[in-house]
Design a protein around this ligand. Structure first.
Ligand code: ANZ
Ligand code: ZN
Length: 819
């Protein structure tokens, strides 16, 4: 049911139609003005939009409209991240084809976004599941391939039995599948990878081009890339020709290494434990721990292999263990353990009764290996370390590495936590990987002119089919030799789709290249990107990687995709994130029906600054609704009179006029600054509310030109300042005030600096606490000057008495003590 009040249904419909018919938000790309590319993360078309979307897009919309009115040429597009698993799940449950399901959802959600009145240029809409788009995924894949940035290798992958899919490491949460929460197993498969590690250093260094990104996002990316300078040291295995290489950042502690620990997946393990008395027990241990990968929260557990290694610096025989806290994916998958100086090793050694040796002595207290209760991880100087004794740690790290290089038992290396990006998915609903396998020629690229490799329509998801089950798709001929050949049946990770969509919006229909070079150079980077913090790492890192590769492919001349980033907070209700599983979802549809889009938008923007979480409140919505009605009524009340107003040379004598006029301009200043600096829409809206209160207090003198003029300016300002937030109502009221063109074709208001100068204030002057006179000074008059003026004013009253003290209560009074 609609609320009773201002006729938002008609107003919103009317202006949405007007904007569309007049193509008000179409981007022309005339390049005559400075540009501003405002982008919100595009949604997955899951069915309908939720409050989190509304918030994301409301924020973006205010910025786009505001910048537009500040004279920028705006690019503000919208589209759909349309490939992905839920479409297949829907197909599984309901028997509807993923394409149909997805397109229906897009249709519906587009309608919802239009109802919210967002200022998108819908001519540029893209859906990643359309051939026009994924063709370019394939094109880029081949270009990457030619550059050596794509390769295939057998990899131990995370496998979810229930979803029948490979999961990226990031899709495994505490050993469980991020979608269905079942236990993730590992499995060996041939997989395609993007060599993002080649760009690790640039991804770190070029962070300095990211002008306004939240520090925490930068830190998360830095940690994710995890560049670490260290040393690789070779440990021989007793009775074997094999070597275990370990990665350490503390080669200065090598003399204290008393055992070695291997990751459960370490390739040599199988050979090491063969025919050992404990072989089966160890195998059980390994199987168990292979599936539990999360490092931090599990208890450290290990098992002895029965084998020994040689510490290369002192030829000591030390035991080789297998431990669950050593990751195969990091470093070499093997570590040397120094229980005296690494807390994890300390705990492990305590648990399994392994020896520890002090090799770093504290400069402050005398430590002994026997009495330590935890590892000494700080810096000190070396002991028990042969020729390196007494050397400070820092120096020893370098000296020992250099020495080991000379002895050929170790070498300096740099290690990254970042791994190559596994892009293969064994799923139907994604971009087919454009590779053909030929018995004669091996892996062959699909020729560019044969792109796109189309996703076949006929698939029975309910029977569990993927591309690997569709023989019409698989069977083909080799483009090279013409022999019978087979298509690759993996599709691409959908993160590929979202890694460059922002560039496609720039020239969404260009046919011979994914992005128009000149247009891209004009529009990129995105000036403001807005989205959830959950994308702080992967999406943003992949998009940065793609941008760098695309620049290296000379598709454009830009190094970073997003200059400024705003990560908006969550929408919360009753203390928890709004989500289906919590049952606390407020459907935007219901609220729009009841109050209209402008009220929803206003509330969302008013309830919290964008980067903070926003608590949903029915009372808050109600308040915003009442406010908009208040605005509507007051403008309507005066509209007829205002239409007849001429701009007058205003001589403002009247104090009330002055006050309202000055308040109006102060509000313009506040709102402009609040939006400009950190997008504080909440305080901006609060300021407009105050102005509306002032207008209600103002008494119009109907036949006084000055009075009409002042009121008119105030009303115009209210409408104007609200326009990015409540655009439909603003257009309507703008028209009511007699304006002929869209408010969004106006230039943003500028405040009058004269008008906001504070007036004079009156200050009483006392002599020994008794009121004797008053003076009038400017509000910003300096204190010393006020004191001087005060004394001058009462000079004749104090006569020959001595001034002992002058007390000033700022803005209140001056008391002159005489005696
Ligand atoms: C010996 C040592 C002695 C270590 C000491 C630390 C302190 P970052 O800085 O993150 O690179 N390490 C290496 N590979 C590992 C793996 N695959 N799984 C778990 N731990 C691993 O950390 C490097 C340190 O983490 C390395 O230095 C190693 O422990 C451990 F007093 O080697 B250290
Ligand atoms: Zn061939």
């Amino acid at each position: 049911m609609n609320k009773e009040g201002y006729p938002f249904v008609e107003i919103e419909r009317k202006w949405q139609k007007f904007w569309e018919e007049n193509q008000i938000f179409k981007t022309i790309s005339s390049k005559k003005k400075p540009k501003y590319y405002c982008l919100e993360m595009f949604p997955y078309p899951s069915g309908k939009i939720h409050m989190g979307h509304v918030r994301n897009y409301a924020i973006g919309d205010v910025i786009a409209r505001f910048k537009r009115m500040q004279g920028y040429e705006i690019l503000h597009p919208m589209g759909w991240d349309a490939f992905g698993l839920p479409a297949e799940n829907a197909a599984l449950e309901k028997g509807v084809h993923p394409a149909k399901w997805t397109l229906q959802n897009i249709e519906y959600m587009r309608g919802q976004l239009k109802k919210l009145g967002f200022s998108y240029d819908w001519n540029r809409e893209i859906a990643t599941c359309s051939q026009d788009y994924y063709k370019w995924n394939q094109w880029l894949f081949l270009k990457f391939y030619e550059k050596g940035l794509v390769y295939k290798k057998e990899a131990e992958v995370n496998w979810c039995e229930k979803c029948q899919t490979v999961l990226a490491n990031e899709q495994v949460e505490k050993g469980l599948c991020w979608r269905c929460s079942s236990v993730v197993k590992s499995k060996k498969l041939d997989q395609w990878f993007f060599k993002i590690t080649d760009y690790a250093d640039r991804l770190l260094e070029e962070q300095n081009l990211l002008e306004n990104w939240p520090q925490r996002v930068l830190t998360m990316q830095t940690n994710w890339i995890g560049k670490s300078f260290g040393t690789e040291i070779d440990f021989k295995i007793v009775g074997s020709a094999e070597i275990i290489k370990v990665f350490t950042t503390r080669p200065d502690t090598i003399f204290g290494a008393t055992y070695v620990v291997l990751a459960p997946e370490y390739p040599l393990v199988e050979k090491l434990i063969k025919d050992m008395p404990q072989e089966n027990k160890i195998k059980e241990f390994i199987e168990f721990h292979k599936t539990r990968k999360e490092l931090e929260d599990i208890e450290k557990q290990g098992i002895f292999t029965g084998q020994y290694a040689i510490n290369p610096v002192n030829n000591e025989k030390i035991p080789i263990w297998i431990g669950n806290y050593v990751l195969m994916e990091y470093g070499t998958g093997a570590i040397m353990c120094v229980p005296a100086h690494d807390q994890r090793d300390f705990e492990f050694a305590m648990k399994y009764d392994l020896p520890r040796r002090l090799v770093i002595q504290s400069p402050d207290e005398k430590l002994t290996a026997e009495t330590m209760t935890c590892a000494f991880e700080e810096e000190g100087y070396l002991v028990n370390s042969a020729q390196f004794d007494n050397m400070p740690c820092k120096q020893a790290i370098d000296a020992i590495s250099v020495w080991m290089e000379k002895e050929n038992i170790g070498r300096k290396t740099i290690n990254y936590r970042l791994k190559d990006w596994l892009v293969s998915r064994q799923r139907y609903w994604g971009t087919p990987i454009p590779i053909i396998y030929c018995q004669n020629c091996g892996k062959v690229k699909v020729p560019y002119e044969q792109l796109p490799v189309q996703l076949p329509e006929r698939v029975d998801i309910q029977k569990g089919e993927t591309l690997a089950d569709i023989s019409e798709f698989i069977n083909t001929t080799c483009p090279n030799c013409g022999n019978k050949a087979y298509r690759e049946t993996d599709t691409m990770d959908t993160f590929v789709d979202s890694s460059w969509y922002f560039a496609r919006y720039i020239s969404p229909k260009t046919e011979n290249t994914p992005v128009d070079f000149n247009e891209a150079n004009y529009w990129l980077p995105v000036d403001q990107y807005i989205g959830g913090i959950e994308h702080a790492i992967l999406h943003l890192l992949y998009a940065r990687f793609f941008t760098k590769v695309m620049a290296d492919l000379e598709l454009f001349d830009v190094k970073e995709p997003f200059k400024n980033l705003l990560t908006q907070g969550m929408v919360i209700k009753d203390g928890a994130k709004m989500s289906k599983s919590k049952g606390n979802v407020v459907d935007p549809n219901d609220i729009i029906t009841k109050y209209g889009a402008d009220t929803v938008r206003l509330f969302i923007l008013f309830a919290a600054p964008p980067e903070k979480d926003l608590e949903w409140s029915d009372k808050g919505i109600e308040g915003c609704w009442r406010f908009l009605n208040r605005v509507y009524r007051i403008v309507q009340q005066y509209a007829e009179k205002m239409k007849r107003i001429q701009d007058v040379e205003c001589r403002m004598q009247n104090a009330e006029d002055k006050k309202l006029y000055s308040f109006t301009h102060k509000t313009i200043k506040r709102v402009t600054e609040d939006i400009e600096n950190e997008f504080h829409f909440n305080t901006a809206i609060a300021a407009v509310m105050e102005l509306v209160n002032e207008i209600y207090k103002y008494r119009l003198r109907e036949d006084d030109e000055n009075s009409l003029f002042v009121l008119n300016k105030a009303l115009e300002a209210v409408v104007f300042l609200l326009s990015p937030m409540a655009p439909h109502l603003a257009e309507e009221l703008w028209q009511l005030l007699g304006k002929k063109t869209s408010i969004f074709n106006q230039m943003w208001l500028k405040y009058d600096p004269e008008a906001i100068k504070e007036q004079e204030i009156t200050i009483p002057i006392q002599i020994n606490g008794k009121l004797k006179a008053t003076i009038s000074v400017a509000v910003d008059c300096p204190e010393e000057e006020i004191k001087n003026l005060a004394i001058k004013e009462i000079e004749n009253k104090i006569k020959d008495k001595q001034v002992k003290k002058v007390i000033l209560v700022p803005k209140k009074l001056v008391n002159v003590v005489v005696g």
